[in-house]
Design a protein around this ligand. Structure first.
Ligand code: GAR
Length: 194
């Protein structure tokens, strides 16, 4: 059973979807959420996590240097001993010190093919470029921005989506599904190897 810490910065709908699968879906008996962490203490997702009985924590990142902040986060995580850090809308680039501490154990979801689009506002990018399809990507996190090894991808049909909101809603449904399925596959494989 893997211990996971989910990192969020805002709404937290991917976190909520994972929590549901841990409670009574495909992640049941494969992992346990030991912490929902945010760099933004006002993140709406923290409230959702609390309502779901999950342990929450936050440290405000604003105004702090990246390495200084990440050292505080590493110390904060210490008692929880997470096996994996699951980024779900965590809008902060991780420093090398954090990446080294959790080398190969940090996973992110990006709402586009990371070889075509990196960083923020991937749905806006898809909308403005009138893409008929986009590719949700789950990847390991390295020191670059959305440049880590790809674990899984899924295409989403965007044809006929009249607004950015509609496009995002379609994409998010695929995100929820792909993230939990991919984590379940990874954790099951890793359990089998032990
Ligand atoms: C999601 O669409 C996620 O893929 C994206 O932020 C949103 C967070 O929503 N992440 C990135 O753009 C990372 N580059 P949520 O807080 O409701 O899960």
């Amino acid at each position: 059973m893997k211990k996971i810490a989910i990192f969020i910065s805002g709404r937290g709908s991917n976190m909520q979807a994972i929590a549901q699968e841990v409670k009574s879906g495909i992640l049941q008996n494969l992992c346990q959420i030991v912490l929902v962490f945010s760099n933004n203490c006002a993140a709406g997702g923290l409230q959702i996590a609390r309502q779901n009985g999950l342990p929450v924590g936050c440290i405000e990142s604003s105004g702090k240097k990246r390495t200084e902040f990440d050292r505080e986060v590493i110390a904060f995580l210490q008692p929880y001993q997470p096996d994996y850090i699951i980024l779900a809308g965590y809008m902060r680039i991780l420093s090398p010190v954090f990446i080294k501490t959790y080398e190969g154990k940090i996973i992110n979801i990006h709402p586009a093919d990371t070889r075509l689009h990196q960083g923020l506002h991937a749905y806006q990018w898809a909308f403005e470029n009138q893409l008929e399809t986009t590719t949700i990507t789950i990847h390991y996190v390295n020191e670059g921005v959305d440049t880590g090894q790809i674990i899984a991808q899924q295409n989403v049909d965007l044809k006929g989506a009249a607004t950015l909101e509609e496009m995002e809603q379609r994409g998010l449904q695929a995100e929820y599904n792909l993230y939990s399925r991919t984590l379940a596959m990874l954790f099951a494989e890793s359990d089998a190897q032990q």
